[in-house]
Design a protein. Structure first.
Length: 208
């Protein structure tokens, strides 16, 4: 938070205009308690790069393998077929899937992409807040994979890589380990709900 306040052009500009003098989220301070609607970042990704430099390209599946391991218990030899293999070497594109793959196979993709996968292949849907139901991984094009449903049935946040908090605008997310582009307190479209604690795992979950 302090680094973003001091070194990222977007936040230096926004927080200064809203009277922020300290990089701490304070209820009632700044517009929408400081939360940023994701749509406001359209065309401004270069401004999310720290002054020292870095990438302005977000990974739409950031955190995929970590969250997938928590939610689907994949093994090192699991063949993952799905979208955006250019970001994740372990993912094989749907169209490149071997005719007779050996070992454990798992299909990961949007509901539309999974519709064309054989019924005998286990699948994990990638869903947005608007599509969230009782299974899958929660994704956002800008923030990546924010969490997923674990064996307890709750929507777990990708903690400790993602911090989530409630704001007047909706649930805001901060990527804690991503250096660039720096994404702090971003509210995806339709990000409703509240942050609670899973009684089984004792970690943050998204509740209705």
């Amino acid at each position: 938070m302090r680094s973003s306040f001091a070194t990222v052009p977007f936040y230096r500009e926004r927080w200064a205009l809203h009277g922020r003098t300290d990089p701490v989220m304070v209820a009632g301070k700044g517009e929408r308690d400081g939360a940023v609607p994701a749509e406001e970042l359209a065309g401004r990704l270069p401004d999310l790069v720290p002054l020292a430099g870095g990438s302005a390209t977000p990974d739409p599946l950031r955190g995929l393998e970590i969250v997938l391991h928590q939610c689907a218990r994949i093994s090192p030899d699991t063949l993952i077929i799905g979208a955006a293999p250019e970001y994740h070497p372990r993912v094989v594109a749907f169209e490149s899937t071997p005719d007779e793959p050996r070992g454990h196979v798992l299909a990961v993709g949007t509901p539309g992409q999974l519709a064309g996968v054989g019924q005998d292949i286990p699948r994990v849907p990638l869903v947005t807040f608007a599509e969230r139901g009782s299974e899958g991984l929660l994704v956002d094009d800008l923030l990546g994979v924010l969490g997923g449903v674990r064996d307890c049935g709750n929507w777990h946040v990708d903690w400790p890589r993602v911090y989530a908090r409630e704001t007047p605008l909706g649930l805001a997310f901060t990527l804690l380990l991503q250096r660039s582009p720096r994404l702090v307190d971003i509210v995806p479209a339709g990000a409703s709900g509240r942050i609670a604690r899973c009684p089984q795992h004792r970690t943050p979950v998204i509740a209705a």
